[in-house]
Write a protein that binds this ligand. Structure first.
Ligand SMILES: Cc1ncc(COP(=O)(O)O)c(C=O)c1O
Length: 365
């Protein structure tokens, strides 16, 4: 093939235009404080390692259970639904992908709020789906009148939201469900850190899908297990568009052990909540506007020693922290996010180091 005709020319037109999702930076080497991808600072339940060890060995010759049946049953028991109301995925990203695949295309649009999880537009791009963005204002209240006008087949809504951490009450979620005609996905990746969750609304609304992940509250981002709860007809549709073996043997075994150890999950999620609430007060004491968070992150607007704030100040602090091996996340792309930094909640020592380093930045500035 000649250089004038590169192989990539055969890619579909919408694929040529795609921008892949940009994950948070994963540093090499030791000594980093990683507060940039909303991972859990604590290790997963010891039962997970034991379960994975016992799943190792000869059985790896064999394909995993394509339905993740035992894990589905355990998740169903946890949420008091039927196993036919559960699907498990390779992380909740996989489940979100299946939802986009099953419920949207060029004609049947997908809606999502903004700012929110930046994977939704990427998945819609891959699917070549039409999209409708529902913008939040600075207050981050859900614009229900825009939801009512939204002419999409599926709507992605994150609660608690990312990157702000803002949680929504079931009263608000109920209003959203009453106004939107299609499938509503409430992405509850951070629900274990929040006061309320939408699971009880599944009995009332047949178009509701609740997605969850083991990556955050269960400290298992590396295992890649997520799931959705929904009406059995929706789950059947998702099963039709799923890879047959979308959750491997080790992930099914580890995920099962994690779900069974609820008291461990609640203990580490509780520690994260307490550190978050303590650190929220610290940021407030600095005079920095910070959204009240029900997740494991804080979205804060830094002010420098001259009393200035804005995108230049946020970027400067981001770079300063990085130069001292502390990683947080900066989203420069939009006026609502560009003056802010998103700080994942770490353990107490990590947050102390962060405070000291912010103190040095303020002193040196
Ligand atoms: C809102 C939201 N949903 C889903 C995910 C992805 O979770 P998983 O690791 O299960 O794919 C994330 C990860 O950061 C997230 O922020």
């Amino acid at each position: 093939m000649s250089d004038q005709n590169p192989v990539s020319n055969f890619a579909l037109p919408h694929v040529k235009e795609l921008h892949a999702y940009t994950p948070g930076f994963q540093p090499k080497g030791d000594g980093w404080i990683k507060l940039n991808t909303n991972e859990n600072p604590y290790p997963p339940s010891p039962a997970v390692e034991a379960a994975i060890r016992s799943a190792l060995g000869d059985s790896l010759r064999l394909y995993p259970d394509p339905l993740s049946s035992e894990l589905r049953r355990e998740i169903a028991n946890l949420h008091r639904v039927d196993a036919s109301n559960v699907i498990v995925g390779n992380g909740s990203d996989d489940v979100l992908n299946l939802l986009t695949r099953a419920f949207s295309n060029v004609e049947e649009k997908a809606g999502y709020t903004f700012p929110s999880y930046s994977l939704y537009p990427v998945l819609c791009g891959i699917q070549n789906s039409g999209t409708i963005e529902i913008p939040f204002g600075r207050e981050m209240d859900l614009p229900l009148e825009l939801v009512a006008e939204c002419d999409a087949g599926i709507l992605f809504f994150t609660s608690p939201n990312a990157p702000t951490g803002v949680g929504f009450t079931n009263e608000t979620v109920r209003k959203l469900l009453q106004r939107f005609r299609g499938v509503v996905v409430v992405d509850e990746a951070y629900a274990d850190f929040a006061k309320e969750n939408a699971v009880e609304l599944l009995r009332e609304f047949s178009g509701l899908v609740v997605t969850r992940t083991l990556s955050k509250s269960y400290a298992l981002a590396g295992l890649r297990v997520g799931y959705a709860l929904a009406n059995a007809e929706i789950i059947e549709a998702l099963d039709r568009v799923r890879d047959s073996y979308n959750v491997n043997r080790l992930s099914q075994a580890g995920g099962l052990a994690a779900i069974r150890d609820q008291s461990y999950m609640k203990a580490i999620a509780g520690k994260v909540q307490r550190t978050r609430d303590f650190y929220y007060e610290e940021l407030k004491a600095l005079g920095w506007f910070t959204y009240h968070s029900e997740a494991n992150m804080l979205f804060t607007e830094p002010i420098n020693s001259k009393g200035e704030k804005g995108p230049t100040v946020a970027l400067e602090l981001f770079e300063y922290l990085k130069s001292r091996k502390i990683l947080v996340r900066y989203f420069p792309g939009h006026a609502l996010t560009a003056s802010f930094l998103r700080i994942s909640v770490g353990d107490e020592d990590q947050m102390l180091r962060l405070s000291e380093t912010i103190g040095q930045w303020l002193k040196n500035g």
